[in-house]
Design a protein around this ligand. Structure first.
Ligand code: NAP
Length: 325
């Protein structure tokens, strides 16, 4: 079968499409035919070799994907051949292979049913982005219906998921994006107010949209650029969740005081198995009832994994980038 192999850590060019031996499902394992693989920024961080998670070389990248069950090992009863599934980490440390391939070996705990109204490309957009968005919005921020949520970086994989979850829960959403097409896409997801995070005066537009009150919750995709400004855009008792960050930033802690504000960190890998059960139930139900509709902005052939990694690290997001084996 064909798979992307990384033989040394480095830039996008270290990913090569290769012929590798076909995989076989052993006890407790499920062999999935991958129809689409989700490309996440974390895949690019891991590839550089500087991320805390450092796989043994050579490895096939990719945490997220969707496809059909091709075969199940001995004691697997939760899925059967032909089932449509999406793949997401179970945070149990169970070994698995990467999704940038025609096949992946997973544990049954890493598979969830993909409702018939969701395409495989949409299924590949779920694992990291939707689980992160749910944890940020519901678990960490404790956002409630009626609250105003600023999704700061709403045009990408996590941002779109957050807008959809917030709208489904009855929250008012303000979103930001860096391109006209990105802003249009965020508007189409139901954000009431959309501003460009590239405009110098965008924070004033957000304060105006909240009548000077600020947002109750800010989900921040670029904390190294925005955290100080976020604190000044928070309402009293507001919460900022740091979802994405790529460097250091200076903040004025005084801005948190009068507001009783909280800055909350988040890593997807801290979600417990029990937490994940709740999140995936919410995702599958949201797909089935139509409140969650992953947006796939770009589909590229597996051979273009390097271009996909370049694109996922650049501005101009339009939802999810997926690779088609
Ligand atoms: P993505 O699909 O590449 O989207 C990136 C988003 O960041 C886009 O909406 C982009 O907007 C936005 N952005 C760019 N410049 C910005 C700025 N100055 N201010 C605000 N937003 C800006 O990535 P993703 O999958 O959504 O992930 C978003 C971030 O969260 C990444 O840094 C990722 O590593 C991180 N993340 C963290 C966790 C965790 O466990 N903590 C989990 C998943 C993701 P434009 O492209 O329109 O400019």
């Amino acid at each position: 079968m064909r798979a992307i192999l990384v033989r040394e850590f480095g830039g996008p060019e270290v990913m090569h499409l290769d012929d590798v031996p076909a995989l076989e499902a052993g006890p407790g394992q499920v062999l999935v035919t991958i129809r689409a693989a989700g490309v996440n920024p974390v895949d690019a961080y891991v590839r550089t070799g500087t991320y805390p998670q450092k796989p043994a070389l050579p490895y096939t990248p990719g945490f997220d994907g969707a496809g059909e069950v091709a075969a199940v090992g001995g004691d697997v009863v939760s899925v059967k051949s032909g089932d449509r599934v999406y793949i997401a980490n179970d945070n149990l440390g169970t070994p698995r292979t990467g999704t940038y391939a025609q096949q992946a070996l997973c544990a049954a705990t890493q598979l969830h049913r993909l409702p018939p109204n969701a395409s495989f490309a949409q299924g590949a957009a779920l694992g990291v982005p939707y689980v992160t968005a749910y944890r940020a919005l519901i678990v960490r921020a404790g956002a409630r219906p009626g609250e105003t949520v600023l999704v700061h970086g709403a045009s990408g994989g996590v941002g779109i998921a957050a807008v959809q979850f917030a709208r489904a829960q009855g929250m008012r959403v303000i979103g930001t994006a860096g391109s006209d097409r990105g802003m249009q896409l965020v508007r189409e997801q139901g954000a009431e107010v959309v501003v460009s995070h590239k405009e110098p005066e965008y924070t004033s537009a957000i304060m105006k949209a909240t009548d000077g009150r600020g947002a109750d919750v800010i989900l921040e995709m670029a904390a190294h650029l925005n955290l100080d400004k976020d604190l000044a855009m928070l309402a009293r008792f507001g919460r900022v969740v740091v979802v994405g960050n790529r460097g250091r930033v200076e903040i004025d802690p005084r801005a948190t005081m009068a507001r009783d504000a909280a800055i909350l960190g988040l890593t997807l890998f801290n979600a417990t198995w029990a937490d994940l059960g709740v999140v995936h139930a919410a995702i599958v139900a949201g797909l089935a009832n139509g409140t969650l509709k992953p947006v796939v902005g770009r589909e590229l052939p597996l051979a273009d994994a390097a271009s996909a990694h370049e694109a996922v690290m650049k501005s101009g997001a339009l939802g999810k980038i997926v690779l088609i084996p």
